[in-house]
Design a protein around this ligand. Structure first.
Ligand code: NAG
Ligand code: NAG
Ligand code: NAG
Length: 407
């Protein structure tokens, strides 16, 4: 190619000959093309080969004499082994009698507030406590907003890595998504480091999620980047708590909706849909609506945050004026989200480090809308909690029962 023949002068003005520019562009295109090839082809070919040789995970032991599950052989969610022993009506009765709003408020910062406890600790505890209730193979897990900002057990590490370590690579499928190219590359390095030699156990894709499949505009960068429009429009050029994070700077990214992605990848169900998209979480949930309606998603984990709606954002950073349900709070808020999910037969919980607290239906208390009054509850504008919704059917009903039975 011509590039090789054109010498690049080392002049500091960087007035390179035309051939060098082309060279750089071709190199960049090659890197992009190589990544696409790696991402598209890595999983089906390499995961099984590598995992067959690897010694297994520290978490649960995988019975490797069983044939490796294929997508087409995934169990019907409502037809797993644990399903028949559970009567969903029992979970329902128990759920609505096990309300603990006062416990939640009394232990708010110590057990539920992600800024005070280590991030996602509640989810870690949940995964560890109820690990035996998940199907033993054929699990499908989505980690949306998977960006790796720190490795190891740190809160900002990639959750899909934890999933893979918990559940094992051989028979399960893990999908991780990160839209920002620089964070994507870092995340790939984390996968390489943490999952070696089973690095291809997690299929990592450079994409965002929303309620449509389209190219969309991302506002902000690093771990506060979001597709949520009100942030860029709020007049805040920078995140008030993170002065270096500029909301004005945005890029166009590829976004999927969950249902379309699952259909194109021939996924009949999703066992765990984890969403961490900085205020865009409920829009992502809406993109999964057809699957939620069909009971094809068992567990949804998402964030409640100061970015969830313009009112929360305002209460946190624009004058600190609190908002309450007695007046009106912009949607989505926790109340509107649980109403949406309860209609679909999903029961919600606050994810705490010691216990899960019911938050839907009769268990709701308007005081639980913490991000409406963050300065009042948390002495901080930063509002940040995890909630989980579990389908009251199949092994989900069993999970709900066990959670409510725990002390
Ligand atoms: C592993 O799977 C095989 C085939 O299904 C079964 O016969 C065997 O008992 C299993 N072993 C364990 C330890 O579960
Ligand atoms: C899943 O199981 C239910 C109940 O057994 C059945 O009605 C439904 O057709 C099954 N769905 C699929 C995709 O097999
Ligand atoms: C997607 O979400 C946005 C923002 O929440 C909303 O304005 C839009 O109408 C939604 N589109 C669809 C197709 O649901």
């Amino acid at each position: 190619m011509q590039c090789h023949a054109v010498p690049c002068s080392g002049r500091l003005s960087f007035q390179w000959p035309a051939g060098c520019k082309r060279c750089a562009v071709l190199l960049a295109l090659n890197i992009v093309a190589l990544n696409i090839v790696v991402i598209v082809f890595q999983r089906p070919f390499l995961c099984q080969q590598l995992s067959a040789k690897s010694p297994g995970w520290t978490g649960r032991t995988i019975n490797r004499t069983n044939p490796v599950s294929r997508v087409s052989q995934l169990e019907n969610v409502s037809d797993t082994v644990t399903v028949r022993s559970v009567n969903p009506v029992d979970s329902e009765k128990r759920y609505f009698q096990s309300c603990l709003p006062q416990y939640f408020l009394d232990h708010l910062t110590k057990e539920f507030y992600n800024l005070a406890v280590r991030r996602r600790d509640g989810l870690d505890v949940f995964l560890e406590t109820y690990i035996s209730l998940w199907p033993t193979d054929g699990l499908v897990m989505f980690d949306i907003g998977a960006g790796c900002y720190a490795s190891g057990s740190d809160s900002d590490s990639t959750l899909a890595i934890k999933f893979a370590k918990h559940f094992g690579c051989a028979k399960n499928r893990f999908f991780a998504f990160e839209p920002q190219p620089d964070v994507f590359m870092k995340t790939m390095q984390c996968l390489n480091k943490e999952l070696f030699p089973d690095r291809f156990c997690v299929a990592l894709e450079n994409a965002a999620f929303s309620n449509v499949t389209s190219r969309l505009q991302l506002a902000g960068k690093a771990n506060v980047a979001s597709l949520t429009g009100h942030l860029a429009e709020s007049g805040h050029k920078k995140h008030p708590a993170k002065a270096d994070r500029d909301y004005a700077k945005s890029m166009e990214v590829m976004a999927w909706d969950v249902a379309t992605y699952a259909r194109l990848h021939n996924l009949a169900k999703i066992d765990l849909l984890k969403i961490d998209t900085e205020g865009h979480d409920f829009t992502v949930v809406q993109g999964a609506l057809s699957m939620l309606r069909a009971k094809e998603i068992m567990v949804v984990v998402m964030e409640v945050s100061d970015k969830m709606n313009p009112d929360f954002w305002g209460a946190s950073y624009q004058g600190g004026k609190p908002v309450f349900h007695s007046k009106h709070i912009a949607e989505p808020n926790v109340k509107s989200v649980w109403q949406f999910m309860l209609n679909l037969n999903y029961f919600g919980f606050w994810l705490g480090t010691k216990r899960l607290v019911p938050l839907s239906g009769a268990c709701w208390d308007d005081r639980m809308e913490i991000c409406g009054d963050p300065h009042g509850y948390l002495n901080s504008g930063i509002c940040w909690f995890d909630i989980i919704f579990i389908l009251n059917q199949g092994y989900g009903a069993k999970m709900i029962n066990e959670i409510l039975n725990s002390k």
